[in-house]
Design a protein around this ligand. Structure first.
Ligand code: F6P
Length: 565
């Protein structure tokens, strides 16, 4: 089978009947969350849905049943379902790069039927063959069969990558770190700031360090520079500590460096033995790649079983997205709610607030997923978008955020929709005397969405004995939209479900806006200019003078203040 054809040009969402109805509905919408909850005791049940192990309560959003129906009509009119099916089937929906978008194929179970064959490639076979190679490698490191060049067991795996080749692995590692094998840990090196390479390696023993160079393209300046820095650090350390000779360098690289990339020729050119390289394919976007061989660091440190469980979680959410009816399809509903919030209620940002310390890198991960995908002003056919797109995603784990920026969410002038995420069972149950600390934690989780939804009226403030100007300061308007996501426990499967949930939410928004969520041309200009500025930064006076006055003055400032050594 060749790739199915690309779906038709985008339908302008603002030209649909649903959009016009939503605009009218927005003007007519009266009442408040307090009133809506009072009027409908079933509101929470009515506006909740389960997706795999996730229980999602949408009831504290600024919507009525009619809003949700109109949003589903919008999805039908712009063809979300057809586009979703085209993605799963391997159509080249990444139009600017003429590629299929098949991250969902990375988590199809072995033997899934019918087998996926796209553009002449047996996708399932290739995915599972690579996974098996990754698992074999992981097992050999975990068992101690794979050693460093001096025969010592590997204790630290350093993943060098950036963007999707870093954010996914580091987020998952942090989320599931209790499952790391004893005596084995991971570190992540991404920034080209030399401080990052220095701090990552300074207390490591080269003899027990294994490096994974992870780069889809294997051309990324940061990753290749860091890989060279770490290679030099490793060889120098081995020379000094273990008497490594020049003749043994090749073997040392083979025992301490592996790579993950779609460009295996470039891996070899870098000096890494191709038999120590794990591939993936151009139909996996960088920010959608944590479940590909880019997760080799995870399979190695957390173990193949954990990685398999993560993949199963992803797949469970894919199945839900592909098959659940629209009115209970959580990624669809959450994507449409984001459209409502951005395009009708004029929200500019979206907070993601995990009540789980282990998810502390989840908001940073989501920033690439959502903002690199949907931060665009042109549509799939090159025409300009007709609405606002791509809201800013941000967040910190609760309860830390409560003591930092929640003030603005509760009482500021802007509407900030927020997703609250929590788990019924803690990873570590601790008691403060008689007090179960997880219960204190969850009480905060429940309290925040309640306060944001229902607020506190002036009357209620006065009833507590407050008078005068202080009343307004202590009043809470309420009607601040939130979604609550709960699961039994933060497991690898639940984490996979959460990631896939947000992948599909992002997809839904992209389809409504008519944009290609799978390219990232917006990162290119800066990269290109950074290369062109190298002579000026290196001190070439003619190059400095040819820059604009701001850039040349900044470069001169650098030269005047740079201390050597
Ligand atoms: O600069 C953006 C980007 O292309 C991301 O999309 C990608 O995740 C990251 O760079 C890293 O790219 P690579 O894996 O090819 O090194």
């Amino acid at each position: 089978m060749t790739a199915p054809t690309t779906p038709s040009a985008p339908i302008d969402p603002t030209s649909t009947d649903a959009w016009a109805s939503l605009e009218a509905h927005n003007l007519e919408l009266t009442g408040s969350l307090r009133e809506w909850f009072d009027a409908d005791p079933e509101r929470a049940q009515r506006f909740s849905a389960d997706a795999a192990d996730l229980h999602v309560d949408l009831s504290k959003n600024l919507v009525t049943a009619e809003t949700l129906e109109l949003l589903q009509q919008l999805a039908r009119e712009v063809g979300v379902e057809a586009h979703r099916d085209a993605m799963f089937a391997g159509a080249h929906i990444n139009t600017t790069e003429d590629r299929a978008v098949l991250h969902t194929a990375l988590r199809r179970p072995a033997g899934a039927s019918p087998a996926l064959e796209i553009d002449g490639q047996q996708i399932d076979e290739d995915v599972h063959e690579t996974l098996q190679r990754v698992y074999d490698f992981a097992d050999s490191v975990r068992s101690g069969e794979w050693t460093g060049v001096t025969g010592k067991r590997i204790e630290t795996v350093v993943n060098i990558g950036i963007g999707g080749s870093d954010l996914g692995p580091v987020m998952v590692y942090e989320a599931l770190r209790p499952q790391a094998q004893d005596g084995l840990s991971a570190r992540f090196l991404s920034n080209i700031d030399p401080t990052d390479a220095y701090e990552t390696t300074r207390d490591l023993d080269p003899e027990t360090t294994l490096v994974i160079v992870a780069s889809k393209t294997f051309t990324t300046q940061e990753t290749l520079t860091n890989a060279r820095l770490v290679r030099e650090w490793l060889l120098q350390g081995l020379r000094e500590n273990a008497g490594l000779t020049v003749e043994q360098e090749q073997e040392a690289i083979a025992k301490h460096f592996v790579a993950v990339s779609t460009a295996l020729d470039k891996v070899e050119a870098f000096g890494i033995d191709p038999k120590n390289a794990f591939g993936f394919w151009d139909w996996v976007g960088g920010r959608y790649s944590v479940d590909s061989a880019i997760g080799t660091v995870l399979a190695t440190v957390l173990g193949p079983d954990t990685f398999e469980e993560l993949l199963a979680g992803f797949h469970a959410m894919d199945e839900h997205f592909a098959t659940a009816p629209a009115e209970k399809n959580v990624p669809l509903l959450m994507g449409l709610l984001n459209i409502w919030n951005v395009n009708f209620l004029e929200a500019e940002t979206h907070a993601v607030l995990p009540y789980s310390q282990y998810l502390h890198r989840f908001p940073a991960y989501l920033q690439q997923l959502t903002m690199e995908s949907n931060g665009k002003a042109t549509r799939r056919d090159g025409s300009l978008v007709t609405t606002e797109t791509g809201e800013v995603f941000w967040g910190e784990p609760g309860t830390n955020g409560q003591h930092a920026f929640y003030q603005l969410i509760h009482q500021g002038t802007r509407i900030i929709p927020a997703d609250f995420i929590a788990f019924a069972t803690p990873n570590h149950a601790l008691a403060d005397g008689e007090q179960d600390v997880h219960e204190l934690f969850l009480a905060n989780f429940f309290a925040q969405t309640k306060a944001l939804a229902f607020g506190k009226t002036a009357e209620e403030v006065r009833a507590e004995g407050t008078e005068g100007a202080l009343v307004a300061a202590r009043e809470f308007s309420g009607d601040r939209p939130t979604t609550s996501i709960m699961a039994p426990k933060l497991t690898a499967s639940v984490l996979g479900q959460l990631i896939a949930l947000y992948e599909h939410i992002t997809f839904v928004q992209g389809v409504v806006w008519g944009i290609n969520s799978f390219d990232q041309w917006g990162v290119e200009l800066g990269k290109q200019l950074a290369k062109g500025l190298a002579p000026a930064v290196a001190g070439d006076e003619q190059a400095i003078s040819s820059e604009d006055s701001s850039t040349s003055a900044l470069i001169r400032y650098y030269h005047e203040h740079r201390q050597q050594g």
